[in-house]
Design a binder for this molecule. Structure first.
Ligand SMILES: Cc1cc2nc3c(=O)[nH]c(=O)nc-3n(C[C@H](O)[C@H](O)[C@H](O)COP(=O)(O)OP(=O)(O)OC[C@H]3O[C@@H](n4cnc5c(N)ncnc54)[C@H](O)[C@@H]3O)c2cc1C
Length: 422
């Protein structure tokens, strides 16, 4: 692996055969998460593909010329031409491998794969999920000098990182940017010494043996596991939703509302998330139509009053979406009145869906006792039905899902575990 500057780009990249180039920055957690994967893959593929790094801050002009807008960004080149996908953000090892493999003959790929050695590492505790619940458990365990590893399929921070503003986390007078709150929680836990394995593929979870396989070849073992995998937004199930996800349909106002300046949007839902996020979207959009399945909103009273007094927002009650269609730049949402069965169409520039969440338990669904909605049952120590397996945060069966409640669960699990391990 070699570090280059913009001056060397033509010779080292354009005049070379196969190259992968990492535009990195300092003080960049996703760059740190990528660094070890990049180094390890350079050892496997280095004979066939050149692994290069370039410091984006000092080579800004080249980055701009190549359209590199975030760090890290990985670019793949073959014979002077960019090939494959550009990867950025929380880059997974499997995505890098897919691109590297596509640059090589399949026989060579087989040979390289044959040389991959599986590895095993052991800790006292594995925490699966680095949102507020997992990060807090990690902090407490680390401060109790318990050897802990945090594993996440994405970058640390969890849902907080995609929330535009958090105004109800104690200790801050002003509302905090969700991204910063998530980042600070993560840095505090990392600084303590907790090991991070993030932006990885979690391939297998064996709760009985307390073994987790990540990125197919790396087995992580522990005495105890804390599940802190949170939830994922529910889909409406309407025709066209899957195909238009990210192409007109969004599940994250913080991420996408800014692209709807002076535009019209439809919001599906009527609970706290839908109502609060509609209010946020109204900072940008000129008109918002909220489509709600019941005859009353189910958000808290204060949020409802704010929404109903917002002149940009109107609500269509007793209605559910049946189909989403893209027509040119516009999104057409076909809704059905659940009482009269009458169908109407709303034309807008984009759609946001906020209709609740489902727990992330696919890899261990059959092994644990769940409540009727599929959330993990945990006792007052956050212990699940399987010995030595704990669960915290939004993924457990409980009434209120907030950052503070996830943080509290993480604290309790860590203290209970620390007591047992001592
Ligand atoms: C739009 C929105 C706004 C919100 N606003 C607020 C607010 O203002 N105040 C407030 O208190 N709460 C708010 N919440 C709720 C709050 O974000 C959650 O209650 C909190 O993040 C839950 O923390 P958690 O650690 O349980 O899960 P999460 O934050 O969901 O973190 C779970 C982590 O697990 C990872 N993961 C998932 N599956 C796996 C797997 N198989 N293996 C490994 N890792 C996995 C995920 O990548 C993620 O990082 C909001 C939520 C949303 C969606």
């Amino acid at each position: 692996m070699k570090e280059i500057t913009a001056k060397e780009f033509d010779i080292e990249v354009l005049a070379a055969g196969r190259v992968v180039l990492d535009f990195y920055s300092t003080e960049c957690p996703p760059c740190e998460a990528l660094a070890s994967k990049f180094e390890e893959l350079s050892k496997l593929y280095g004979e066939d593909i050149k692994f290069l790094k370039i410091y984006r801050q000092q080579n800004r002009e080249l980055a701009e010329k190549l359209g590199v807008k975030s760090s890290p960004t990985l670019l793949f080149f073959a014979n002077g031409k960019e090939v494959g996908d550009r990867l950025s953000g929380g880059i997974k090892r499997s995505d890098i491998i897919r691109n590297l493999d596509s640059m090589l003959p399949s026989a060579r790929v087989k040979e390289i794969k044959g040389g991959i050695k599986s590895s095993v590492s052991e800790y006292d505790v594995i925490i699966l999920g680095a949102g507020p619940g997992g990060l807090t458990a990690g902090l407490y365990l680390c401060q109790s000098k318990i050897n802990t590893v945090l594993i996440d399929i994405a970058l640390p921070g969890g849902q907080v990182s995609t929330t535009h503003e958090v105004s109800n986390y104690p200790g801050f007078i002003e509302p905090q940017a969700g991204y910063m709150l998530g980042h600070n929680m993560s840095e505090q836990t990392k600084l303590c010494g907790t090991v991070y394995k993030v932006a990885v593929d979690v391939t297998k979870v064996d709760l009985e043996k307390k073994e987790i396989v990540i990125d197919e070849y790396e087995t992580v073992k522990a005495k105890k596991i804390v599940i802190a995998t949170g939830t994922t937004p529910n889909r409406t199930g309407a025709i066209g939703e899957k195909e238009l996800k990210g192409k007109g349909i969004s599940y994250c106002a913080t991420c996408d509302a800014k692209y709807f300046d002076n535009k019209e949007v439809v919001v599906i839902g009527g609970g706290n998330s839908a109502v609060e996020e509609s209010d946020y979207i109204s900072r940008f959009a000129s008109k918002i139509t909220v489509v709600h399945q019941f005859d009353k909103l189910t958000a808290n009273k204060k949020a409802q009053e704010k929404l109903l007094s917002n002149p940009k927002i109107s609500v269509v009650f007793n209605s559910e979406p049946r189909a989403f269609v893209k027509e040119g730049d516009k999104m057409v949402t076909e809704i059905e009145n659940v009482i009269s069965k009458e169908r109407t169409k709303i034309v807008s520039d984009g759609v946001f869906v906020f209709i609740g969440m489902k727990p992330n338990i696919e890899l261990f669904r059959d092994k644990l006792q769940l409540d009727q909605w599929g959330y993990i049952k945990a006792d007052e120590n956050m212990q699940t039905s399987v010995p030595d397996i704990y669960a915290v945060g939004d993924v457990i069966s409980k009434k209120y899902r907030q950052i503070t409640t996830a943080v509290a669960d993480g604290t309790i699990a860590a203290m209970a575990i620390a007591k047992e391990l001592s």
